[in-house]
Design a protein around this ligand. Structure first.
Ligand code: GDP
Length: 330
């Protein structure tokens, strides 16, 4: 049975979850004939996209990401929102078992009619996963989801990828034994628009307050953000629903502020530019390395390099020249 783009698109725009799932499955497909359909679908979805708020969420396994997303998601649904949860987990394609993709996660949200949850996109590289997730965001928006959550485990560069496709970046942390500021990649703190100290309940409350203070102090040391937004540090308990609706209030005030000062749209445009260059770079590289003549040439040069007959730089120059000659000969 062949899928017509027109029909699929119509159902998608009407908010049909099955159509959204089918469309995302097409994006995941590696088949060339599906790729053409996808291009059409994305292009036609674009005018219907962009009106959501895109929120990135990161934190180590066990910090409470899925518990938070359930609490946060249900609160938003009560407010009449429709929410989509996507994930970027490049480990899933390597290990086949993913940290985030676990089917038992977010059970109560899965059953909500206004929630759409999709485990991580497949792909052989972070670049591939990230690209598909970007496209999934567009489709979710076209299907009328107003809040898009993109969750990541923070392996390798996955946080940077998620940051570059979202409007607001949330970092979930736990209060620790005085080592709050250790073991965090500096860059992550720099990306965060808010740090949530999760599990601020029971005996943990005091430690959470302490951690909150330390993070606040630490954040002062960072230069002002381009958004002019001062990152916030909040204590929450995802389990007890404590502080969860305040997180939404905060994100709304972020949106208002950055729309007003122009950053919101500027940032989205910068992100689009980034993805343009990123996918161009991918294509150029692929065109080079997939060429059979270049493949064998490259092998020859590698042998010569090993034997110290030519320098790496000279070899690169010559390989590139050979590539240009191939292009010109076409
Ligand atoms: P994830 O790996 O980051 O998605 O973490 P989970 O959401 O699966 O949570 C890991 C564990 O922490 C689970 O046993 C949760 O019940 C527990 N947990 C999550 N949030 C809270 C919280 O706010 N307070 C407490 N006490 N436990 C929590």
């Amino acid at each position: 049975k062949s899928l017509s783009t027109k029909n699929l698109l119509q159902r998608l725009i009407n908010g049909d979850k099955v159509a959204l799932s089918q469309s995302i499955t097409l994006i995941e497909s590696e088949q060339k004939k599906h790729q053409k359909l996808v291009d059409k679908l994305i292009t036609k979805s674009l005018p219907h996209s962009g009106q959501s708020i895109r929120i990135g969420i990161t934190g180590v396994p066990g910090v409470g990401k899925s518990t938070f997303i359930e609490a946060f998601g249900k609160m938003l649904i009560r407010k009449g929102k429709r929410i989509a949860v996507l994930a970027v987990d490049p480990t899933s394609s390597v290990s086949k078992g993913s940290i985030l993709g676990d089917k038992t996660r977010m059970q109560s949200l899965v059953n909500e009619k206004d929630a759409f949850i999709r485990p991580t996109a497949s792909g052989s590289s972070l670049g591939g996963v990230a690209r598909k997730t970007r496209e999934n965001i567009i489709l979710c928006e076209a299907a009328g989801y107003d809040v898009i959550l993109v969750e990541t485990v923070g392996v390798g560069q996955s946080e940077t990828a998620v940051h570059s496709m979202t409007d607001f970046f949330l970092l979930l942390k736990l209060a620790g034994a005085g080592d709050e500021l250790q073991g965090i990649k500096r860059g992550i703190i720099e990306m965060a628009d808010a740090i949530l100290i999760n599990k601020a309940d029971g005996e943990n409350q005091k430690a959470a307050k302490q951690a909150q203070m330390e993070f606040k102090r630490a954040l002062h040391l960072y230069p002002e953000k381009k958004s002019k937004w001062t990152p916030k540090v909040k204590c929450v308990s995802s389990l007890n629903n404590y502080g969860i609706s305040k997180v939404w209030d905060m994100i709304e005030s972020y949106k208002n502020k950055t729309i007003e000062n122009g950053f919101f749209h500027q940032n989205r445009f910068e992100q689009q530019k980034f993805w343009l260059y990123d996918s161009l770079n991918q294509k150029l590289k692929q065109n080079f390395y997939d060429n059979p003549k270049l493949k064998s040439k490259l092998k020859t040069y590698l042998t010569q390099i090993e034997k110290q007959e030519i320098s790496s730089f000279k070899a690169a120059d010559e390989l590139y020249k050979y590539y240009l000659d191939l292009l010109n000969a076409k």
